[in-house]
Write a protein that binds this ligand. Structure first.
Ligand SMILES: Cc1ncc(COP(=O)(O)O)c(C=O)c1O
Length: 490
């Protein structure tokens, strides 16, 4: 006899597991009394919570009503419950609850499992409240408070949730919408069945690495590059081979050949992260030829390619040779990283394995989120949103560049073609770390370019994301930065 008992109480819903076992030494009444008392003490039943009537609880648990009445009486006597005619039985106030998970005593801090736990991965610093936050990768979400966005979510909320796990590859309607979007915006000749919905690019990389990588396999990775992606591939046993980038993107000619050719190549061809260059067309052809020769798989991370300014798009690698490339897209830049949703298009032979990995990881991406996005795409609202965002980011970018011009020869701006971050190369003798420290004193949060390098030291430089900032934050932040640069250069 076990049940999760749910009842509205004091404006909240409670969910307390009650398990009564007949035929054991402890009577059903004693079991019920003990479990309710524990739930109160552990705070699962909060002060003032209205308990169900004895009749209802008895029915739910499949026991005699008298069993519940005696348990309630006992808890009333002990002071855990109060009862008033007309307002039912409630959990008394003034009971001091104990946390349900006491902190592990100090002896566990040397336990074998903790000693074996891997070194914590490097993660980006958190936002500092009150600072003007130039960390990269944060889009503006203000335009998403519009009617179209809310309408998509209302429509998703009006649907019944599936009662079972759903399609691991993702909502077929969302996949169909995305396939159409990729065909018209990226020239990818894909269909709904070529796509897998993920919880973002980072999860896509986990799935690929799980499916493909063996410990020690070499993975070519842009240097500098996206730290988190690098970390993921390392965690699955990949041996990172840093490949430098220049103004034409990944230096394909330096990829190892022969027996030491990497199995995977991770690249951001539309907008190299973080330097902002684009992989030139000749290099795209060269990369595909290299991959074909060495039977290597290319991971094309197209994280913010939607936002281009003064340049025409180059064809996605996946559109040039679908059988050699996994194309990874995300809603993290287009909409918000907090949605945790992205997608990938994999070569047909890999797709089923990736779907199996996705099932093992988490069955599938949250269904209501997928449905809301499907409606957003179906109604043409994503295209409208993107058009608006391109204009918005172009304005932000011009404003930031204008303000940074005041730094004169102390800093050169680069990586402006796409996305919503740029980089600043600092002139000697200004040191990036010192700038970050001093700027923080003036309420401006920055990141060094060096943090994107695996093998240092990299140039003295800074990364500035401007997507999520208002115009006045951009102006104030940039002016403070210029002051810091001037101060540190004397
Ligand atoms: C290069 C790159 N790829 C992908 C992402 C997005 O990853 P996800 O889709 O998991 O949010 C980011 C986010 O900052 C990024 O910088």
């Amino acid at each position: 006899m076990a049940d999760h008992f749910e009842t509205p109480g004091a404006g909240k819903t409670i969910d307390v597991p009650l398990t009564l076992t007949p035929g054991i030494a402890e009577t059903l009444t004693v079991q019920l009394t003990r479990q309710l008392r524990t739930a109160i003490l552990e705070g699962q039943l909060a002060h003032g919570t209205l308990l169900p009537s004895t009749r209802t609880l008895a029915q739910v648990l499949g026991v005699a009503r008298g069993t519940v009445m005696v348990a309630y009486d006992e808890l009333l006597t002990e002071g855990f419950l109060t009862s008033r005619v007309g307002s039912g039985t409630r959990v008394s106030s003034g009971i001091s609850s104990v946390p349900s998970l006491p902190r592990a005593p100090g002896t566990f801090s040397t336990a074998r499992w903790l000693r074996k736990a891997s070194i914590e991965p490097e993660v980006s610093p958190a936002s500092v409240p009150g600072q003007i936050d130039f960390r990269v990768g944060q889009p503006t979400v203000a335009p998403l408070s519009n009617d179209a966005w809310r309408r998509a979510w209302r429509r998703a909320a009006e649907e019944n949730l599936p009662g079972a796990y759903a399609d691991a590859a993702g909502d077929p309607e969302l996949r169909a919408e995305l396939a159409a979007y990729l065909r018209r915006s990226r020239g990818l000749l894909c269909q709904a069945d070529d796509l897998i919905i993920t919880n973002g690019t980072v999860q896509g990389l986990h799935l690929i690495a799980q499916a493909v990588l063996q410990r020690g396999d070499a993975v070519a990775f842009e240097e500098p590059g996206y730290r988190l992606a690098r970390q993921v591939l390392r965690e699955h046993g990949g041996q990172i081979v840093p490949i430098s980038v220049d103004e034409d993107g990944l230096e394909v000619a330096t990829l190892p050949v022969g027996d030491s050719a990497p199995l995977l190549v991770y690249t951001t061809p539309s907008h190299q992260f973080p330097l902002g260059s684009r992989l030139s067309l000749p290099r795209r052809h060269a990369l595909l030829a290299w991959a074909a020769q060495h039977e290597s798989l290319i991971l094309e991370d197209d994280y913010d390619g939607e936002f281009r300014y003064d340049t025409a798009p180059l064809p996605a690698l996946a559109s040039m040779s679908p059988g050699q490339v996994v194309y990874l897209g995300t809603f993290s830049k287009v909409l918000s990283p907090a949605l945790r949703i992205g997608y990938l298009v994999a070569p047909p032979d890999l797709r089923e394995r990736l779907i199996a990995r996705k099932t093992v990881a988490d069955y599938h991406t949250s269904w209501p989120v997928q449905r809301a996005l499907a409606f957003f795409l179906q109604d043409g609202d994503l295209d409208r949103h993107l058009r608006r965002m391109r204009r918005w980011y172009a304005r932000q970018r011009s404003l930031l560049v204008l303000e940074l011009a005041a730094a004169g020869p102390l800093a050169q701006v680069g990586g402006l073609d796409a996305g919503f971050h740029l980089h600043l190369t600092l002139s000697s003798p200004v040191q990036a770390e010192a700038v970050v420290k001093e700027a923080a004193q003036r309420g401006v949060q920055l990141t060094t370019l060096r943090s994107s390098y695996l093998n240092g030291p990299g140039p003295e430089g800074l990364l500035l994301g401007y997507g999520g900032l208002t115009a006045s934050q951009i102006v104030t932040g940039a002016r403070n930065l210029v002051m810091v640069l001037q101060q540190l250069s004397v």
